[in-house]
Design a protein around this ligand. Structure first.
Ligand code: PLP
Length: 357
């Protein structure tokens, strides 16, 4: 065939999203997938039952108004516009599509969430990647300096995936006060529940002062519902409503709505598990530091081992220990926290490889 349909020329250049690898089964050794920042606990109490209850409705399309889910979210974010989507990653794509014209610029820190360059390219926009500081933090001054007349959106990821570092409330407020009012800021808080900072970002206060901000949250991480694909955006109606035109019809299934609703209804158990993961994070960090590594302070459910030269030895040692971790060449390796036994192996991993930081 000589002629065939041709995609947009820039599509071939879009980097492919690389999912975290699954472990190869090892006889006599329990293996752990620590490569996708997933929650290691079983679904929260009530989730499986809530999903089973709506399963008989699966011959019909879901209720696109997500009434129960929005009612529960409305109680947490009173007076704000809310938009649920098939994971907050979908809302990143939709928001950039709604706000960017070809050639517009999207500023974000790099290394950060690998979906950002993909979503930017999918929207036909141009990515402006601003290097992180040496300790894996957003360089907000440099990001501000990278804003031009063509900038339509700035992404702020806190805690940053994969480095685990946060932006503080003080830093974010100063940044937003200095930023042009017509630049949309997507504040990606996929790991907010795990933050134990001194000056944590206060999304409600941010939204009160800055209409240009849209906050993204997900049920995939702290609430353990990655398989259901549900996340949401919170912001001012003027800014969030246009994105509704673009979301996939019937994207959030009844099962996903029921699961998210049930997870919110067992907030106490969710918080206990989050606290357990945070305690594990501090235990593992102490073990890694004792092994001589000066890894950055982690505020998500994952730990970052920076450095190009250590990627290979870390990957090799992890394989031997029966854990699958996530390389981000040339920047470093991200290791998600798991159950305590898996976390013991993260400490062993740090002991097995000569520190690069
Ligand atoms: C995991 C993650 C998301 C969203 O995940 P969904 O499963 O699509 O809700 C968004 N941002 C960052 C930085 C993440 O790590």
């Amino acid at each position: 065939m000589d002629t065939h349909p041709t995609p947009r020329p820039d599509v071939a250049a879009i980097p492919r999203y690389v999912p975290g690898r699954r472990p190869t089964p090892r006889p006599g050794l329990t293996t752990y997938k620590l490569s996708s920042n997933e929650n290691p606990y079983p679904p929260l109490p009530g989730v499986v039952e809530a999903v089973a209850e709506v399963a008989p409705r699966s011959t019909t399309y879901p209720d696109p108004t997500c009434p129960d889910l929005y009612a529960a979210l409305e109680r947490r974010h009173p007076g704000r516009a809310l938009l649920a989507g098939t994971g907050s990653v979908a809302l990143i794509f939709h928001t950039l599509q709604a706000y960017c014209r070809p050639g517009d610029e999207v500023v974000f820190a790099w290394r950060s969430f690998e979906a950002y360059p993909i979503a930017t390219a999918a929207a036909g926009a141009t990515a402006v990647e601003v290097p992180l500081t040496v300790d894996g933090r957003h360089d907000l001054d440099a990001m501000l300096a990278a804003v031009t007349d063509r900038t339509r959106v700035v992404m702020v990821c806190t805690p940053n995936n994969p480095t685990g570092a946060t932006v503080t409330q003080g830093e974010l407020v100063a940044f937003l006060r200095a930023l042009r009012d017509d630049v949309l800021v997507l504040l990606d808080e996929a790991y907010v529940e795990f933050v134990r900072d001194d000056d944590p970002v206060d999304a409600a206060a941010i939204l009160d002062e800055f209409e240009q901000v849209v906050v993204l949250r997900t049920f995939s991480k702290a609430y353990g519902l990655a398989g259901f694909r549900v996340g949401y955006a919170v912001g001012a109606a003027e800014v969030v409503d246009p994105v509704r035109a673009i979301v996939l019809p019937f994207g959030v299934t009844d099962a996903a709505q029921a699961a998210a609703r049930a997870a919110l209804a067992t907030e106490d158990v969710a918080q206990e598990r989050i606290a357990a993961l945070v305690a594990e994070r501090e235990r593992v960090l102490a073990g890694i530091h004792a092994a001589g590594w000066n890894v950055p302070a982690a505020q998500g459910n994952f730990i970052w081992f920076p450095g190009d030269a250590t990627i290979e030895p870390l990957m090799k040692a992890a394989e031997e220990l029966g854990i699958v971790v996530r390389p981000y060449p040339p920047d470093g390796v991200r290791v998600s926290l798991g159950v305590p036994e898996a976390n013991d192996r993260i400490i062993e991993l740090a002991r097995a490889v000569r520190p690069s930081c």
